[in-house]
Structures are given as C-alpha cells and as structure tokens.
Design a protein around this ligand. Structure first.
Ligand SMILES: [Zn+2]
Length: 405
C-alpha cells in the first residue's frame, strides 16, 4: 500500500482576488439571486465597494446580473432582514447570481460495494446521468480504476451538451481523510494503512481531485445549496450501515480531528436497548441496519436480514412496525441529545435507512420530546430520501466550495 506525503496547496481557484472578492462570490453562490443592496447590507460593504467587486466578478465570468423581477430570490441568512431601500427613484434593481453553467464538476461517492458518480454544474445541480461501478476487491487500485471509469462516463455525458468539460473531481468516502488527500481510516473499504487516494485519482483521471469525508460533504452541500443555507448551526445525522453525525456553524463544518471515527455511534439512546459489540447497552449502534436485523431476528425467532425486516414493515407486520417505531423513538432521543448539546437550528436526517424516520415520524417526535423541556421549541428536522447520487453530488459541492474559495 502506498503512502506519499501529499501537499494540497495546488487545487485550482475560479479566480484570484481579495478575501472580500471571495466572500462576495460565496454569498452570491449561497444566497443568490440576491439584490445588490441586500448583499451590501449582508456583508457590511458600501455600495461603491460592492459594485467594484461585483464588476470584477462579472468580468471574470463568475457571476451574472439578472432582472430582479423575473427570478425567484434565494434564501437569506437566519435572523437577517434586509432594510428597505430609501431610494425608490433609482435604477431598477437587478439580482446577482452565480454563472451556474460556466463550470462543471464530477462528484463520486465510494461506499462498500460500489462507487456512484454524477456531474454537476457550479450551483451543485446534477447535469449528467447517474453512473455506478461495482467494486471488485475494494483495494485502492480497484477504487481508483472505478473512479477513472466514472469520470470518463461523466465527461462523455457532458460532451453531448453545451456545458464546459469538468474542472475538478470531488470524492467522498466514509472515514477519516487528512488534508483532503490521504484516507487514513475507511472501515467500509477495509483499508488498514494510509492511502494517498488524491494522487492516485489525479494520475488516473488527469483532473484535480480532492478527497473528503462523506458526511461532512453532505453537510457542506446542504449548507451551500440545500436546507442548511443561512442557518447559524446545522446538524446532519445519518443512519444506515453506520450512524454518523456532523455539525456546521455558519455553513462551515466544525473542525474536530477525531470526528470521522464514528463517535456518535456509541452514545446512549435507550437504557433498555440491545447490547453492542463493545458491550454497551442501548447505544446508538442499535440504529444500524445490522443491529436492527438482529433485533428483528430475535423478535420473530428466526435469522433474517435487514431487507426482510423492511419488507415486513412495509407490509404492516405488527412486530416489524413496532420495531420501526421503537427505532424511530431511539433516533428521536439521539436527535434530542444533539439538539440539547449542539443547539442546531435544524437537523437533517440522511443515510440509507433515513426512510425509517418517515415511516415513524411521530415516534421520532415523541423521542425528541421525551428529552426536551416542555417549553423548549420543537426541534426542526428534515428527512432526506436516500440516493447515493445525492452523496456523489455532495462530494462535488465540496469541490465547488473550495474552487470558489
Ligand atoms: Zn456501543
């Protein structure tokens, strides 16, 4: 296995400019289409200073002006109310928006059995078909070959459109990634040593590639282009093969060197829950597919897999429905713990088994309420339908965030 000390200082930027120029571009990507006056208030810039910056960005082909009355405005940050313009005689207001079709990117999500890819435009919208490659042995070389094949397929899709060829590739894996380059822990791929996946992918694709933790990618995608835009604090909880959690403050993932080791997996959610492999009773491991399958096997008295449990739950088999409800109550408990300690404005529930939270939404709410003060506001949560393509798109969103700077 290879270990190369990669430096990640050479990833391309859309434009070279001052920190303010990057802040303006970021704000337009997240909140656009947005009026100039609103943007100036939001960033605390004078109209003159903002105009100089936006002229440079328009000249660089990063943003464009749209007639304000013909486009839907983007979201605004939580707690921000634009002041009404006192000058009603002025020129008609225009709205500033990112030139979303000026660049494309490829996003890839590598999970245990396959890798899924999609091309997106600069606004994180999918502009290709969904592409998937099965992994044969999960080795770094196997994963790299799948990445190269997927990038070619996305490039071929883009070549049939008027969009520009992809600029860069974002790759998401479950586990720990250092300097957006080196995978040091990837439990679902069974990699034991550090792997310089960035260098391997760049050699194989000929494009700049960055490697990211998958849950952080979902968080950044939601914070730039989804339900987390403008929120002061935003959390993601994922359930599926594993349990995951990440937190963003003002759109930036909280940095904590150990967060990708699945630390939320053993948080207590039910003192009467099943025992996990580490010997805890009722920890969050009971929300994983494997644990649910073994709990269901015990309930019905015969060994069965997670798929059988889901089929029974959908068919309304009472034991399965009760286990869905109990699982959702436990998930609600976990969300209450997250909400009580991290105080997010919203929690996004994602992952392969997030659909369970829709099947038992009332039980999720009951679980949350059980651990909240009666006068505390209900925790806002949103459930995202699972699709690996969303995770692939999220990897591309991180590259976009990096590219805009
Ligand atoms: Zn445990």
């Amino acid at each position: 296995m290879t270990f190369i000390s990669a430096e990640n200082g050479d990833f391309p930027h859309w434009f070279e400019g001052s920190e303010y120029m990057h802040r303006v571009a970021r704000a337009i990507a997240q909140y656009g289409p947005i009026a100039r006056t609103t943007l100036a208030q939001l960033l605390g810039l004078s109209q003159g200073a903002l105009s100089r910056i936006t002229s440079d960005l328009i000249y660089a082909g990063v943003i464009e002006e749209l007639p304000a009355d013909t486009v839907a405005r983007g979201p605004l940050p939580q707690g921000f109310t634009p002041k009404e313009s006192s000058d009603r005689r002025g020129r008609p207001q225009t709205a500033l928006a990112l030139c979303e079709n000026a660049r494309t990117f490829v996003g890839i999500k590598v999970h245990g059995t396959s890798a899924v890819a999609a091309a997106v435009n600069a606004h994180g919208k999918v502009v290709s078909s969904r592409h998937e490659r099965a992994l044969t042995d999960q080795s770094p070389a196997d994963v790299t070959a799948a990445i190269a094949a997927l990038v070619s397929e996305c490039q071929a899709d883009i070549a049939t459109t008027t969009l520009p060829a992809p600029t860069a590739v974002g790759i998401a894996v479950g586990g720990h990634v250092e300097r957006d380059a080196i995978v040091t822990f990837a439990p679902f791929l069974h990699w034991d040593d550090a792997v310089d996946l960035k260098s391997m992918a760049e050699r194989a694709t000929g494009l700049p590639c960055n490697i990211y933790n998958d849950i952080d990618s979902l968080l950044v995608d939601a914070s730039w282009f989804g339900p987390g835009v403008g929120l002061e604090t935003f959390a993601v909880v994922t359930i599926g093969v594993g349990v995951g959690y990440s937190l963003a403050i003002h759109g930036e993932p909280v940095t904590y060197p150990d967060k990708s080791y699945g630390l939320v997996g053993h948080v207590l959610v039910d003192p009467e829950g099943p025992e996990c492999v580490a010997g805890h009773r009722g920890c969050a491991e009971c929300l994983t597919d494997n644990s649910i399958a073994s709990q269901y096997s015990q309930i019905i008295g015969q060994a069965c897999g997670f798929d059988r449990f889901v089929a029974d739950a959908r068919a309304g088999v009472p034991q399965a429905v009760r286990l869905v409800n109990r699982t959702c109550f436990r998930l609600g408990t976990l969300i209450a713990t997250v909400a009580n300690l991290a105080m997010p404005s919203k929690v996004m529930i994602a992952g392969e088994s997030a659909f369970l939270a829709k099947m038992g939404a009332d039980c999720v709410r009951d679980g949350i309420r059980r651990y909240r003060h009666s006068q505390a506001a209900p925790v806002q949560f949103t459930v995202v339908d699972h699709d690996w393509q969303l995770w692939a798109k999220a990897a591309a969103a991180r590259v976009i965030a990096r590219y805009i700077g």
